[in-house]
Design a protein around this ligand. Sequence first.
Ligand SMILES: NC(=O)C1=CN([C@@H]2O[C@H](COP(=O)(O)OP(=O)(O)OC[C@H]3O[C@@H](n4cnc5c(N)ncnc54)[C@H](OP(=O)(O)O)[C@@H]3O)[C@@H](O)[C@H]2O)C=CC1
Ligand SMILES: O=C(O)CCC(=O)C(=O)O
Length: 318
Amino acid sequence: MSELQKHIGADTDVPAGDIGVSGREIGYMFGTYRALKGQWEGVLTGKGGSWGGSNIRPEATGYGLVYYVEHMIRYATGGKESFAGKRVAISGSGNVAQYAALKCLELGATVVSLSDSKGALIADDDKGFQAEDIEAIAALKVQRKALTEFENHSFRYIEGARPWKEVGKVDVALPSATQNEVSGDEAQALVDAGCKFIAEGSNMGCTLEAIEVFEEHRKAKKSEGIWYGPGKAANAGGVAVSGLEMAQNSQRLTWSSEEVDERLKGIMKDAFENCLSTAKEYVTPAEGEFPSLVAGANIAGFTKVAAAMRDQGDWWTN
Ligand SMILES: NC(=O)C1=CN([C@@H]2O[C@H](COP(=O)(O)OP(=O)(O)OC[C@H]3O[C@@H](n4cnc5c(N)ncnc54)[C@H](OP(=O)(O)O)[C@@H]3O)[C@@H](O)[C@H]2O)C=CC1
Ligand SMILES: O=C(O)CCC(=O)C(=O)O
């Protein structure tokens, strides 16, 4: 922070936590920044609730992911289905995975897997992981312990494995651990197991080969195909609530959990609708085919930046 503080600031660049970082690390960095500068400003996000953090920021990425996928499910089924009754495979057991799992449970889904860097835990019954299991795992992870230390023998532990080839029939897959955590083979296993929705909680969770498997299946099988939601849209809830934390810091206000959650829901709805409408505009889907959300997300992101650059004189056309 003694070096970084020269390059960041509430109106310059605002860093945030990501994989391996919790409120504890943000606290140490924020405290050092404040001591060096002798002033309080919202220079980092993911702060603690009593010193400028936003309600719902810890939950935001996992919750936002589930909100995004809920829109995918409702669109794909004409509003007939939701998370209720779905079997959901999740990888990871950190911040994103924990809150995605808890929101899935709240919406009536069954969570059939979690994992960490050492292995995967699979629920073979119809009950899956319960909220108390997830809370116990969260407590282990604060102490940097492995899932092998989780003493609930109703789950199958597979050392060195990722969940995708182990979970059997699932409806939804939410990679939420780290990058490149779904290979082409694992993507095919999910498709073969009947998975209909996959969306990344992790950044770049799916390999290029995996994305090709999903996109080919979507095109070939139309409404019976799997539908892929890329992380750059589906996991945007975290950075979005960091933006809301900055807004609250600037106003010296704290919004309630309900207010932040409502805003998060609105942001994820807009993100889904933007991906959808941009995909329809630029990559017209064939009759009965779901629009490509990866094309929609990429093009929407690119055109927004390109238009802003043109408006600000970075480039122009005659
Ligand atoms: N936190 C956020 O707000 C956001 C996070 N993301 C992305 O989501 C993903 C998860 O982040 P987050 O939950 O915050 O991170 P955490 O550090 O809280 O959790 C990471 C999880 O991934 C596991 N993991 C780490 N490395 C590997 C590996 N090489 N192979 C398999 N599993 C691994 C960890 O296992 P172990 O416990 O054994 O280390 C842990 O279960 C990352 O890709 C991150 O960039 C995206 C948007 C926002
Ligand atoms: O809170 C943020 O701004 C960053 C969230 C994050 O880790 C990400 O979007 O990859």
